[in-house]
Write a new protein. Structure first.
Length: 299
């Protein structure tokens, strides 16, 4: 049985954008993925995003993406929402990935803004609408102009929210003013896609997080959102402040690189990275240890 969804939290509240474990020779590690997914859900995540950027989706094949979705669903699909990243900068390819994710049993889709080709707002509207039309699955938009080069304007978000299957947005725009207006006008479930802004985004109407640091501090993120929703803003703020070194340390360089290093330090499945991503240097690893320790992470 799939986990319970509500219109306010269609994909849960605390989701981690999961890394894709690889074996020492660079192959997909499905056993490791299942063990990591189980660990993350046990730690407090009620959702996982697979095949996102943090899952090294630019360098995994379509077949590997399907295998990963099925493996994670088998491991935790009865306890957590499994959302499949399907976004590319080619609408036709994106629709193929969306349909494959639906066949594989994913509970929802994460669709990032097409990157590099810099479409107009009308192009974005048609792209996301085509995704929502392609399957029966709920869709989370992913607005990250720092990577894609193009923001999803508030007016476009409001238009897209009229589609019955576009139900949420992952916000990595870093603009609380725009987020406030878009939340108020669209009615979409709003998820923080920037860990440093998890608490501030809750204050303007977000319902939860799609996190990277959830790999190492999921219990703390769960406690933060639970405290905030219970009206204990002081406790939520204290947790947020304790986690500042983790937020900073995990993004001193590329987030997949630091996350796989952190998981390796904890003895959890991760494995190597695929080029063009590379392992942290000895100096970067030493700094990561300092940052994690300062935030209370046991390594």
């Amino acid at each position: 049985m799939a986990p319970i969804s509500t219109p306010q939290t269609p994909f849960g509240r605390v989701l981690t954008a999961m890394v894709t474990p690889f074996t020492a020779d660079g192959a997909l590690d499905l056993d490791g993925a299942q063990r990591l997914a189980t660990h993350l859900v046990d730690a407090g995540n009620d959702g996982l995003v697979v095949n996102g950027t943090t899952g090294e989706s630019p360098t995994t094949s379509d077949a590997e993406k399907s295998q990963l979705v099925r493996a994670v669903l088998e491991a935790v699909g009865d306890r957590a929402h499994v959302v499949a990243g399907i976004g590319t900068n080619d609408t036709h390819h994106t629709l193929e990935l969306a349909r494959a994710a639906e066949r594989d049993g994913a509970h929802g889709l994460l669709a990032v803004t097409p990157y590099y080709n810099k479409p107009s707002q009308e192009g974005l509207y048609r792209h996301f609408s085509a995704i929502a039309d392609a399957t029966g699955l709920p869709v989370m938009l992913y607005d990250i102009p720092g990577r894609s080069g193009v923001p999803i304007d508030t007016e476009t978000i409001v238009r897209l929210a009229e589609h019955p299957r576009i139900v949420a947005n992952k916000d990595a725009k870093g603009d609380l003013g725009r987020a406030s207006w878009a939340i108020a006008r669209s009615g979409l479930a709003w998820y923080s896609g920037d860990d440093m802004l998890n608490l501030p985004l809750l204050s303007v109407g977000a319902c939860g997080f799609v996190s990277v640091v959830g790999h190492v501090v999921a219990p703390e993120l769960r406690a933060l959102v639970d405290a905030y929703l219970a009206g204990d803003v002081q406790k939520a703020t204290e947790i947020h402040q304790r986690l500042l070194p983790v937020f900073t340390g995990m993004f001193r360089t590329q987030g997949v690189m630091t996350t796989k290093a952190a998981l390796g330090l904890q003895g959890l499945p991760a494995g190597p990275l695929r080029l063009p991503l590379v392992e942290l240097s000895a100096e970067e690893t030493a700094q990561l240890k300092i940052d994690l320790a300062a935030g209370g992470v046991q390594i």
